[in-house]
Design a protein around this ligand. Structure first.
Ligand SMILES: [Zn+2]
Length: 183
């Protein structure tokens, strides 16, 4: 068996829907106001060891690392859940509360696309967004890659919305930087 745990049930809040997106293909949209901090969805799928990422058992584009060693993803003949339609923005309105739960970063009015910064979980140095980002935000990075998390500091506002395993990496990197500065 290629998976560790199979068929973890996803969850999403009332008032979230999949629609065609201006950013890319389909996206998630709010149908009502979501207040800052409110639950949006919980990622589902199967847990795989990270070495299975490109093994053919995992549906590409549904992969979310949940720890250094484990990814959540759909099986190749499984069906997508809402989290698999999340589009990227360099100015996200949703982020992680824990490894699989996603919450509103700010008040989100009805009709807005729910967008996340892929850097919140993506750390595969071989991965990058296939096209230049056109999220239109003032701080758009244009090239969105699996190394973007390295640009973040623990004091940045967005830090709290990173997946917990990446927060630990960001902390470790910052501590290393401090040690080097002191020399
Ligand atoms: Zn952007």
């Amino acid at each position: 068996m290629p998976w560790i745990i199979r068929d973890i049930e996803p969850w999403f809040a009332d008032g979230v829907e999949v629609r065609s997106s201006i950013i890319h293909g389909k996206g998630l949209y709010s149908k009502r106001l979501f207040e800052r901090g409110s639950d949006i969805l919980r990622i589902g799928g199967c847990l795989f060891h990270i070495s299975e990422r490109r093994s053919g058992y995992v549906m590409p584009s549904t992969t979310t690392p949940v720890s250094e060693q484990v990814i959540m993803a759909e099986r190749v003949r499984g069906s997508k859940d809402y989290s698999d339609y999340l589009n990227h923005s360099c100015d996200p309105n949703i982020g992680f509360r824990d490894a699989i739960s996603i919450v509103a970063i700010r008040d989100i009015p009805a009709g807005e696309e729910l967008v996340i910064d892929y850097a919140f979980w993506e750390c595969d140095s071989a991965w990058k967004l296939k096209t230049v980002c056109n999220c239109g935000s003032r701080n758009c990075r244009q090239n969105v890659t699996g190394e973007n998390w390295q640009l973040v500091k623990p004091t940045d506002e967005c830090y709290r919305y990173f997946s917990p395993f990446l927060k630990r990496r960001i902390l470790a990197l910052a501590e290393k930087g401090n040690t080097n500065d002191a020399r």
